[in-house]
Design a protein around this ligand. Structure first.
Ligand code: AMP
Ligand code: MG
Length: 410
């Protein structure tokens, strides 16, 4: 078996992004579009508000009306316009969001008014346009409200609703088939025998896929057995845009995933100079039976290694496929609260807790950093990106922290 060359981390990331392209677009109902990326410019067809609307509860009047007491001639609630006209000497009781009756050009808030005997007077001067929202104040007709490439969040959903864009063109979410491999792996909830361990990777990776905006598809657990693995690969590649397996990518006698990845795709790297997550394979599958290119990631079996590799190399790819332009999480400079001893021969991603104190970030590494110890990742809000080099970092040294609790901004 040939050992893959050790690919520098930055080069591995470049390769992933180089072979990853945006997926196709589809029409989606606006309220199902949360988290997606818009694939068209959206223009308003109607102004908002579509009529002159009151911005307050109060009285609709003519601003320049010389009358000191005005007669209340009717009520205009938010809703259909009543057959009311405001003449000099008149006022119409009005609520927020109600259409301004013809004739009126201002609204006086109820708190600035005094009522008596069906009449009202105001304790301050009224100016034309007071508390009236002109047509199109928020959105003008034919205005560009959202441009293609915008990530759709709650405000964007609201804008689509108010501009009556019930259907919108958005990039497809990547579907991601996730497979656990290993004859020792058993389903959580099932009885366990000596030598077996529970499958944590598939559930952790599927959750990561969801958080990255993809649609996970479980392929279950497959033992280290070639025919079964081959079937799982076929199934995953047929059904999904991305195929992720965990385990079986090191140099062991029964590490069969490697061979199958080579059989199905073109391998772009097979080992990455990162810690954890060195045995990570990336391949692409361009076959006539598939409508478009499939990506394969062979992630390490060790739970932390597979999640860190996902974070570093898979997540940016999923976001790019989904049409996002910001592919990287924000980083901050942080001060170490303790010394770190390390080998320094690979880029290292240590799991840490960041805390804002005295005007700066402080980073505390979350205990033992072995690649199987999920407890080091649970509750961590940052990965400290420690470059190749220094074998020892001192307390108070400044390091780069990737904020894995924040959405991509770069
Ligand atoms: P492998 O890369 O297949 O040699 O696996 C490396 C280590 O990760 C072994 O200790 C495996 O038991 C463990 N491992 C592999 N797959 C999983 C999984 N799905 N869930 C939890 N641990 C796993
Ligand atoms: Mg294995």
């Amino acid at each position: 078996m040939n050992l893959y060359p050790l690919t520098p981390f930055e080069e591995a990331l470049d390769l992933v992004l180089q072979y990853t392209t945006r997926l196709d677009v589809e029409k989606v109902t606006f309220h199902d579009a949360l988290g997606r990326v818009l694939a068209e410019d959206v223009y308003a067809t109607e102004p908002l508000p579509p009529f002159q609307a009151s911005a307050m509860d109060g009285f609709a009047v003519i601003a320049e009306d010389p009358a000191s007491w005005r007669e209340i001639v009717g009520d205009q609630w938010a809703g259909p316009a009543e057959a009311l006209t405001v003449l000099p000497g008149h006022a119409v009781r009005i609520t927020t969001g109600a259409p301004l009756p013809p004739g009126a050009d201002a609204v006086v808030p109820v708190e600035n008014s005094r009522e008596s005997d069906g009449r009202v007077r105001f304790d301050r001067a009224v100016r034309r346009g007071d508390n009236v929202r002109p047509i199109g104040e928020d959105i003008a007709a034919r205005q560009l409200v959202l441009s293609a490439g915008t990530a759709i969040g709650p405000a964007e959903i609201g804008l689509l609703a108010s501009t009556n864009r019930v259907q919108v063109l958005a990039y497809r979410r990547p579907t991601v088939a996730v497979l656990s491999t290993g004859s020792e792996i058993v389903e959580p909830g099932a009885p366990i025998a000596p030598g077996q361990i529970r499958d944590s990777n598939r559930y952790a990776i599927m959750s990561s896929v969801l958080q990255a905006g993809g649609t996970p598809l479980s392929l279950g657990i497959v033992p280290d057995e070639e025919t079964a693995l081959r079937d799982a690969f076929r199934q995953g590649l047929e059904q999904a845009d991305v195929f992720i397996s965990s385990g079986g990518v090191s140099m062991g006698e029964r590490d069969l995933s490697r061979g199958l990845i080579e059989e199905w795709g073109t391998v772009h790297f097979g080992q990455v100079k990162q810690k954890p997550g060195r045995p990570t394979i990336f391949a692409t599958v361009d076959r006539p039976e598939f409508s478009h290119r499939r990506l394969i990631f062979g992630l390490p079996g060790f739970p932390v290694a597979s999640l860190v590799s996902f974070e570093n190399l898979v997540r940016p790819a999923l976001r790019k496929m989904a049409g996002h332009t910001h592919l990287f999480r924000p980083t901050v400079k942080a001060r170490l609260t303790h010394a770190i001893q390390r080998k320094g021969n690979r880029v290292e991603f240590q799991r840490a807790q960041l805390e804002w104190r005295d005007g700066e970030w402080h980073a505390t590494v979350a205990g033992l950093q072995t690649s199987g110890r999920l407890l080091s990742l649970a509750g961590a809000n940052a990965l400290l990106r420690l470059p190749i080099g220094a074998k020892r970092l001192e307390r108070d040294d400044i390091v780069i922290a990737v904020r894995i609790d924040q959405p991509e901004t770069e």
